[in-house]
Design a protein around this ligand. Structure first.
Ligand SMILES: [Zn+2]
Length: 108
């Protein structure tokens, strides 16, 4: 059994207003180490309370920590309360049609 604990605050991007939203990371995983290629029973695979980690001879700890952090992150982080970026800001940022408008009317 391997216990992996990762805590910290990560700055994610709010999917609504695109500003930074601090995310409290709190990973505490218990992984059951099993030999690579081990046959796990259907019951074991379907048991949500257990996590199995197939390991070969060496375990890449940095990769394991990265994977566990990625699994813990929300898919679409958002502030509890915030608004959409205002239309003025959006217009200044990128207007994909501005270039097209510039081309319009120009001879080839
Ligand atoms: Zn926001």
């Amino acid at each position: 059994m391997l216990r992996l604990v990762v805590t910290g605050v990560l700055p994610l991007v709010c999917q609504r207003c695109l500003e930074a939203v601090p995310y409290d990371l709190d990973v505490d995983s218990r992984l059951e180490l099993v030999p690579e290629g081990a046959d796990l029973s259907q019951d074991e695979l379907e048991d949500d309370t257990r996590d199995f980690l197939p390991v070969a001879r060496e375990l890449d700890v940095a990769e394991l920590v990265e994977d566990e952090i990625l699994l813990a992150l929300p898919v679409a982080p958002r502030h509890e309360k915030c608004g959409l970026p205002s239309a003025a800001d959006a217009g200044e940022r990128i207007n994909p049609f501005a270039t097209l408008a510039g081309l319009k009317g120009k001879p080839n």
